[in-house]
Design a protein around this ligand. Structure first.
Ligand code: G3P
Ligand code: MG
Length: 280
């Protein structure tokens, strides 16, 4: 995984895939991110009740699938990813909600090619998502969702690493998590896979030293935490700064001027051409 920064602009990462033009955390969203020219994509991983790894963001499956709208599935309520087995999750349609709701208005503007083809797409397994990345030489940031207090807490990191290794992908993956215990565990098990320290809301004390002590290759703050001096301090320490979720072009320019390495955005299809025209 390379944190090269282009001469004049940061790398673009498609957040949950290109979630403004395809249903988030699906292979369709990964494809849309690739087609948009993103440099890499981000996905969220959770463990199912039967110990499988799925690509999914929320605790529940109700917002991004049809779980709660199908009468024959009421026995799956409250539709939590960690309470269901993989074969139950695989019955769900993870695309029609996007087509029906047009959450970003991009179907209306014609930015989504063939929206009806998105109906019926599945919640991918991590393995499927990694195979997509490998086959398309499209690196991926795997965000390990925090399972503290939930099933999977003790094993989620180990299983993700097994999967990455089995597919021979340590150089195409960047692991990140708000649960820094998982990052320590990953360092122990697979020091060759780079790690990014996710933080939101407030900075740890002495943030550069904190990330360096974790052996992190990257710092992943929410973008509101960033000021120029902080970005410079990370860069001087050889730690990349990949920030999220940046959706406004003005803010993207400010962050680019600060020297961030990557912008994690819902709108790679707009950011890639925009940043290519940015003169720094
Ligand atoms: O990994 C960056 C970002 O995805 C973290 O927040 O809630 O979108 O997973 P969230
Ligand atoms: Mg995420």
């Amino acid at each position: 995984f390379s944190f090269r920064t282009r001469e004049a602009w940061p790398l673009v990462c498609a957040h949950r895939g290109a979630r403004s033009i395809a249903p988030e955390n699906t292979l369709a969203a990964a494809k849309a991110g690739l087609a948009a020219g993103a440099d890499f994509w981000e996905l969220d991983v959770q463990m199912t009740a039967d110990g499988e790894l799925v690509v999914h963001h929320d605790d529940e499956l109700t917002r991004t699938t049809d779980a709660a709208v199908r009468a024959e599935l009421t026995h799956l309520a409250p539709y939590r990813a960690d309470a269901l087995a993989l074969n139950e999750i695989r019955q769900l349609d993870a695309g029609s909600w996007f087509v029906d709701r047009d959450p970003y208005g991009t179907i209306a503007t014609g930015e989504v090619e063939a929206p009806d083809a998105l109906r019926g797409v599945h919640v991918p397994t991590l393995r499927e998502a990694l195979i997509f990345s490998r086959d398309n030489a499209f690196p991926v940031n795997i965000e390990i969702k925090d399972h503290a207090g939930r099933p999977g807490d003790a094993t989620v990191t180990d299983k993700i690493i097994d999967c990455v290794r089995e597919l021979g992908m340590p150089r195409m993956v960047l692991l990140s998590s708000f649960n820094h215990g998982y990052l320590r565990r990953a360092r122990e098990l697979a020091p060759e896979i780079p790690r990014g320290v996710l933080v939101e809301g407030s900075l740890p004390e002495a943030p550069v030293r904190y990330a360096a002590d974790l052996g992190a290759a990257a710092f992943h703050p929410d973008h509101t935490l960033l000021v120029p001096i902080l970005v410079s301090a990370f860069r001087a320490a050889g730690i990349a700064v990949n920030t999220w979720t940046v959706n406004g072009e003005d803010r993207a320019e400010e962050l680019a001027a600060m020297g961030v390495n990557a912008l994690i955005t819902d709108w790679p299809q707009r950011f890639v051409p925009y940043l290519q025209g940015w003169e720094g």
